[in-house]
Design a protein around this ligand. Sequence first.
Ligand code: ZN
Length: 316
Amino acid sequence: MAAPSNISANVIDRPSIFELVAAQSLDSTFYPAFKKIALYIGARNPEKFAVIVKYYDELFLILNGAVQQYYLRKYCSSISETFYGLGRYNLKTFRFGKRDFFVSFAFLVIVPYLFRKLESHMNRVKEKLQDELTIEDKYKVLGLYSYRVAKSTYEFTQIIKYITYLSNRSKTHNLPLFLSSISLKHGNPHQETFSFIDIIKGNVRLSTVLGTTILRTLEFGGFFLQFLQWYQGSSASQKIILQLPTPDPPTLDRNATKFSNICPICYQSFVIPTTLSTSGYTFCYKCITKHLNKKPYCPVTNLPAIIDDLVRIYDN
Ligand SMILES: [Zn+2]
C-alpha cells in the first residue's frame, strides 16, 4: 500500500506558494467588494435597502454558499482556486470525496461567517469597554484578551505554515486545509475547455457556454476587484493624485472688482462679513439676510440661494 501512495504523491504537481497566496487573497476580496456595493445601495435608498446592509453577513453567507458549493461540486475547488487552475485532493485518498466536499464547504463558507460575527461582537465589546470598568466587565476583558491571543496565535501559525510549505516539509499551506487534510495541486481536470469554433459548430451546449461565461465573468470580476483594492490601498494612487497640477482659480468677473471690499447691497464696508456659498460674494450679515428673506437668489449673480447657504467669515 505504501508504494502507490508514494508514487501518487510524487506525480502531484505542487503549486508555488505565490499561486496559493494569490488564490487565498482573491477569496478574501469578495466579502469587502460586495459589502461596498451593499453600502452604496443602502445609502442611495435607506428606506428600501437598509435591510441589505443590516443583514449583509447573512446575505453574503447565502451567496457565498451557493457559489462555493457549485465550484466544489463541479471543479473540486473554491472559485478562486479554480481561477488559478488549482484543484483540491484528499491527502490520504488523493481524490475529492463527499467528506472533502463538506469539510471544504465548512471552511470556505461557514467558518468565515462565524468568525466575522465573533469579530464584530468583540469590536462591540471593545467599544463598550472604553468607558469605566466594572467588576462584571473583567470577564469581558478576559474574553477579549483570550480572543486576541487566539487570533495572534492563528496568524503566527499561518506564517509557520507558509514556511513549512515553502521548505517542502508540509503538504498544506494553511491551517484550514491542514485540519481538513486536503491539499491543492496544479491542473483542474474538471474544468471545461472549448474553443470559439466549437461554439459555432455547435459542439457545446448553449447552457454550458452561458454558464461558463457567467462564471468566468465572476472570476475575472473578482480578480479585477482584487487589483482595484490593491491599487486603492497602495501609495501609487495617492502619489498620482498628488502629482496632478493644481487647477487655476476661477477668473474674476466684472462685479467682483466692482464690489471689492464693499458690500454689494449697501456699498459700505462689511459689518459681520458673510459669504453666500452658491455665488462666492460677501455681504454684511444684516443686508444679505434681509435680501434673502424677500428674494431667494444672490443679488449680484442671480444664482439661487437661501439663508442656509450663508457662511460667516472669520476675518480680522
Ligand atoms: Zn451691507
